[in-house]
Design a protein around this ligand. Sequence first.
Ligand code: MLT
Ligand code: ZN
Length: 469
Amino acid sequence: MNFQPLTPELVSAFEQIVGHQHVLTAHGVEAEIYADYGRDHTEDLHFAPDVVLRPANAEEISQIVRLCYEHHIPVTPRGAGTGLSGGALPIHNGVVISTERLNKIIEIDERNLQATVEPGVINQVFQEAVQAKGLFYPPDPASKGSCTLGGNLAHSSGGPKAVKYGTTRDYVLNLQVVLPTGDLIWTAANTLKNSTGYNLTQLMVGSEGTLGIITKVVFRLLPYPQQNILMLVPFRQIEQAAEAVSAVFRAGIIPSGMEFMEREAIAWSSDYLQIPLTLPEDIHAHLLIELDGQDLDELYKEAEQVYDVLGHYDVGEVLLADNATQKDELWRIRRNIGNSVRYNSVYKEEDTVVPRAELPILLKGVKEIGARYGFKSVCYGHAGDGNLHVNIIRGDLNDEQWNVGLRQPISEIFELCVKLGGTISGEHGIGLVQKGYIGIALPEVNLDLMRGIKRVFDPAGILNPGKIF
Ligand code: MLT
Ligand code: ZN
């Protein structure tokens, strides 16, 4: 790619737009903070941007992008940097645009069950703001306490509640976007239905910041489910835990959470959080099952049905969380598995996804491939969605084994997903680290269509270059 270097004149122009204190460089007073913008939560990767800009609004972003378009400077948009596929890494240096100052909840429209927000709002802050009004925004990635809604949109993030409520893309009605030419558009209308031309909104969602920079979002909301039941179910055989998942759905129950954790995942996370948890020797996996709704009696009836299903498997003593603190602890353990794995070792995370009932075959295949190639994996994830996070642990693998040797087994894992009717990412995106594998999931014809779309939106190829394909 033929980008131009950043000139001092351009840096001065950026200072005029965002203000001196919001231009960060390697040599500025905030050099340490600047360095953080070169990494995200993907492995141990780091790329140095030439400059980090922290604009305050859509108009400033539009002016910055227009200048970059005219001068052929690469631009990498960034939320909170919690991504797991390297989507926010400035691999061609250039400009990083952080949306952290676009952090206003502009309106919660209780009449229409909608909210208009800026992309830099933290997911959990938004959830709590709408909950205070009796409303519900379900997408809840593990990093909800720190990830931003803009980053969630970039990958159509999911989380445990996706199994019942869908992912980020299912809540978006309309987006304000700065295009890679600097033009500012709204993609649709604030309506629940829209049959007016191509769906630019859904094209933007999941495009990983390669087609535009989202500057405002209109979300639809739901009434908040007031009741829930949470149970932690221990299994003696890992395959049986995976099999029980689809059996629960076949019994007519749609849980609001159906999470799988193999023994090491739950053990590492509870150790990491220093939350004591008894794990009998013969337990090899757990399901964390949540039921939610407005009527507790109804939920207990559903829980009975779940128990009936579990009766067909070799399970240990089920823990039914009986107060808010216990529920919160169990969810904290689940949400911190990624952090605990990161704390224990450098790792690669593969975000495999298959039709739900194929999960047992996927899990068995992952372990078999690991045994054949000599790597250890810690698996967990959104089992109800057939979405298994496979964490390959670096352990004692040398550079050659880690950087080159794992390509073949990872390809085999992805080929197995595709063979089972699945694909190579359910919610973490392709970004940088999975782009070498995208051909396993998508034929050249599909990729050419996507490249064509990219060219239409971004003729100069400046926006988040080097990602997806
Ligand atoms: C999760 O489900 O925990 C996340 O998608 C993955 C992570 O944070 O490692
Ligand atoms: Zn996840």
